[in-house]
Write a protein that binds this ligand. Structure first.
Ligand code: NAD
Length: 507
């Protein structure tokens, strides 16, 4: 297909990926991509404009008829080749994610693996797309359902999982027969470009998967383009709400996942050594820049004082440094601005009267003086009205609140406007069961601090953590990326009664 795309302005570094090839943007705007461990600008990324988005939509629309009508088994075979290529390139994808995001290499490898598992799920698409059939729904009348692709779909993703969050979306969408336009975070553009190259190498027809880069201008062009039929978004709550409302107004199918404040409730009967180890990983892994990070601990009854002592001890020993450093457990924050924002929250916590048990401000890493580092930070005696509890900080700051009873802890969690993930630590099956039943949160862990569902279940929160009805991947993903059609069939023959004027009833 030859789509005219003149007026191109080239940017050093990253390109757009449209119609199976790297192409320049027509926009004069671009942004810097930094290595957070050094503070150096490592490449520039174009900020696509409405013309670029239209270019991608035309490519995706042109590829749609051929792709949607190809047998699901053929689509699954492309997916299997993509799976093998992703596995072979897992280290390189993790290296790119770590370089642009700052997270440690082992953590990046794990997150790429969790994304690859969605491709494994999508390989089963011939089975997943099977419809229902009823013989003799009425006399001589049969009924069946079809699951058909929605059309051209778009995904808009955050900086914190450069591979995994896009992989929650596009393998399922494409396996279902849709074509796709991905707009990854402008802070971490390179992993998506690598995945686009690998997908082409797997045999994906040109135009089925496209990548555009940019900021609000690109996002608005996606949300308002009449040629895009469904939008999946993951990011902060205010933008999720904006994306949801704009798409709804424009008649698009939309799922928009937002931010979080994930609580761990610790009961006095919990194994505190085990619990603390779990909480340290969940609070400080990826420098707290995970939507499922535990950022608030609710210590019930007598668990509080010993838990805070253990947390302080173990958090103080977390090795901070560049993501590719030997033995490093926690990397820098994504940008200088974000590091400063998180440090500002620590200032606010002190000013509000919370007890600062461990202070990560002024963390310096030898040889990486310009990196965006903060140390592990712990607050105790935090109250629900404090800003450090109310806001999503998205950094290595863990706050501990106290509650007298499990009832009070459940009430506190349920009063929070977010509802992404939560966990309970206890040895009591009865308490865990009550928590599971009463808690108003989408993903729940019992002695599991980050209960991210495996690919064949679905990922999604409640309340301010998700706008829309359907979660991502698993069967909810298949439902989001397909429309059902019900077909009622009768074949005339001599015994069949003629259709009349009355409302037909079956039976
Ligand atoms: P963000 O909301 O700033 O950005 C997300 C996407 O929206 C990016 O692609 C960005 O370019 C775009 N965007 C930013 N500002 C915009 C605007 N004004 N108008 C239109 N588009 C805009 O989020 P982030 O900082 O990249 O990621 C961190 C946030 O994502 C956190 O709140 C985190 O909890 C959330 N998150 C949620 C989940 C989940 O599953 N619920 C998963 C990962 C991250």
């Amino acid at each position: 297909m030859n789509i005219p795309h003149e007026k191109a302005v080239s940017h050093p570094g990253v390109s757009l990926w449209v119609n199976g090839a790297a192409v320049p943007s027509t926009s004069p705007r671009s942004g810097a991509v930094t290595n957070p461990a050094t503070g150096n600008v490592i490449r520039r990324v174009p900020f696509a404009n409405a013309e670029d988005i239209d270019f991608a939509v035309r490519a995706a629309s042109a590829a749609l008829p051929g792709w949607r009508s190809s047998p699901p088994l053929r689509r699954a075979r492309v997916m299997q080749k993509f799976l093998a290529l992703m596995q072979a390139n897992q280290k390189e994808l993790a290296r790119l994610a770590s370089e642009e995001h700052g997270k440690t290499l082992p953590d990046a490898l794990g997150s790429v693996q969790r994304g690859i598992e969605v491709i494994e799920f999508a390989c089963g698409i011939p089975h997943l797309l099977k419809g229902e059939y009823t013989e003799n729904a009425g006399s001589g009348v049969d009924c069946h359902t079809l699951r058909q692709p929605v059309g051209v779909c778009a995904g808009i993703t955050p900086f914190n999982f450069p591979a995994m969050v896009p992989l929650w979306m596009f393998p399922v969408a494409i396996a279902c027969g849709n074509t796709f336009i991905l707009k990854p975070s402008e802070k971490v553009p390179s992993t998506s470009m690598k995945m686009a190259e690998l997908f082409k190498e797997a045999g994906l027809p040109d135009g089925v998967f496209n990548v555009v880069h940019g900021d609000k201008e690109a996002v608005d062009a996606i949300l308002n383009h009449p040629g895009i039929h469904a939008v999946s978004f993951v990011g902060s709550t205010p933008i999720a709400k904006y994306v949801y409302e704009t798409c709804a107004r424009n008649g698009k199918r939309v799922q928009a996942l937002g931010g979080a404040k994930n609580h761990a409730v610790v009961l006095p009967d919990a194994d505190l050594e085990f619990t603390t180890d779990a909480l340290i990983g969940a609070a400080y892994g990826s420098a707290g820049e995970r939507c499922m990070a535990i950022s608030a601990v609710v210590a019930v009854g007598a668990s509080g004082d010993p838990l805070v002592r253990l947390l302080k001890d173990k958090a103080g020993k977390v090795k901070v440094g560049p993501g590719n450093g030997e033995g490093v457990e926690m990397g820098p924050l994504v940008t200088a601005a974000h590091r400063d924002k998180v440090a500002g929250y620590i200032d606010a916590g002190v000013a509000e009267g919370a007890k600062l048990v461990l202070d990560g401000r002024n963390k310096k890493i030898a040889g990486h003086e310009n990196g965006f580092f903060l140390g592990t930070t712990l607050f105790d005696q935090v109250k629900p009205e404090m800003k450090i509890y109310k806001d999503e900080i998205f950094g290595p700051v863990l706050v501990v609140l106290r509650a007298d009873t499990l009832d009070a802890a459940i009430e506190l969690v349920n009063a929070n406007p977010y509802g992404n993930g939560t966990a309970i630590f206890t040895n009591s099956g009865g308490a865990a069961r009550r928590f599971e039943e009463e808690i108003q949160v989408g993903m729940v862990g019992v002695n599991v601090p980050i209960p991210v569902p495996v690919a064949f279940y679905s990922f999604g929160g409640w309340k301010g953590s998700l706008f829309g009805d359907l979660h991502m991947h698993g069967m909810e993903g298949v439902k989001f990326y397909t429309r059902t059609k019900v077909v009622t069939t009768r074949w005339p023959h001599e015994d069949a009664p003629a259709p009349g004027l009355n409302m037909p009833t079956l039976g």
